[in-house]
Design a protein around this ligand. Structure first.
Ligand SMILES: NC(=O)c1ccc[n+]([C@@H]2O[C@H](COP(=O)([O-])OP(=O)(O)OC[C@H]3O[C@@H](n4cnc5c(N)ncnc54)[C@H](O)[C@@H]3O)[C@@H](O)[C@H]2O)c1
Length: 251
């Protein structure tokens, strides 16, 4: 039996994994609020959902700015209803050697990747508490689990996501809210293509993926499937977990 239709919020839903997750949650029967700094991209995704008979709303917001997040969530709640599925997916990457890192860059990235996730969770908590049911899915990264050169800032933000996931799972479990993390490996998205095209890896990416047990780039749909599983009723007894979707690159 299909799950009851719910309202999902996907941050960074205009492109890459967020786009694939928005489309998958809509295909599963949920209404989807898409929050992204790229409004045109978000609207293209919401238009596709609506054209397919679903319900969606695109709202522009910078996830690193609390007031914008609060306003976006209020707008989505008013248009679609109380939000009981949250996918904290929006993030930015950074490749910097330690000597090149600076405080402003550190604070800005942490404000989006880590603080943004907590702010969004805090904003939807009243809806989930009132429903006695909620799903928070935080997208981390395999680099947080195995480390990556020149990525101390980015992987620190994602390590924070994993720790926050576990603590919130303990805190919110009694309210009927599960909190889990999907930890992507090397996934073919605009973010990955920026790194590949920018020559930011020490060796050609084909050499990297050749070492994986499943020797290919992951697809955004691989991540969407994992997010949709955590969002489902079937995952109701799973919380505080980190699911690596990485072709076996990190075990
Ligand atoms: N691509 C990979 O190989 C990879 C690997 C591990 C983890 N991840 C993580 O997966 C998630 C999705 O990554 P992706 O590869 O799809 O990224 P992407 O850059 O392709 O897409 C990210 C989306 O987030 C939006 N965004 C960026 N900053 C924002 C902000 N301040 N406010 C609102 N929206 C913002 C962008 O506009 C874009 O639509 C991220 O959390 C990323 O860190 C990616």
């Amino acid at each position: 039996m299909a799950d009851a239709p719910r309202v999902a919020l996907v941050t960074g839903g205009a492109a890459g994994m967020g786009k694939a997750t928005s489309l998958k949650l809509a295909a599963d029967g949920h209404s989807v609020g898409i929050v992204d700094i790229d409004f045109d991209g978000a609207r293209a995704v919401s238009d596709a959902i609506v054209a397919g008979g679903g319900k969606a709303l695109a709202v522009r917001a910078d996830i690193g700015e609390r007031m914008q997040v609060e306003q976006a969530i209020t707008q989505i709640r008013e248009a679609l209803g109380p939000i009981t599925i949250l996918v904290n997916n929006a993030a930015v990457e950074n490749f910097s050697a330690l000597e090149d890192l600076d405080d402003a860059t550190w604070d800005r990235l942490m404000g989006i990747n880590l603080r943004g996730a907590y702010v969004a969770a805090q904003c939807v908590l009243p809806d989930m508490s009132a429903a006695g049911w909620g799903r928070i899915i935080n997208v981390s990264a395999f680099g947080a689990q195995i480390g990556a050169p020149n990525m101390a800032l980015y992987t620190a933000s994602k390590g924070g996501i994993i720790s926050m996931t576990r603590s919130l799972a303990i805190e919110l479990g009694p309210k009927g809210i599960t909190v889990n993390s999907v930890s992507p490996g090397f996934i073919d998205t605009p973010m990955a293509r920026r790194a590949i095209n920018g020559g930011l890896f020490p060796v050609p990416y084909e050499q990297i993926i050749a070492t994986y047990p499943i020797p290919r780039l992951g697809q955004p749909e691989d991540i969407a499937a994992a997010c949709a599983f955590f969002a489902s009723d079937a995952a109701g007894y799973i919380t505080g977990q980190v699911l690596g979707v990485n072709g076996g690159a990190a075990m």
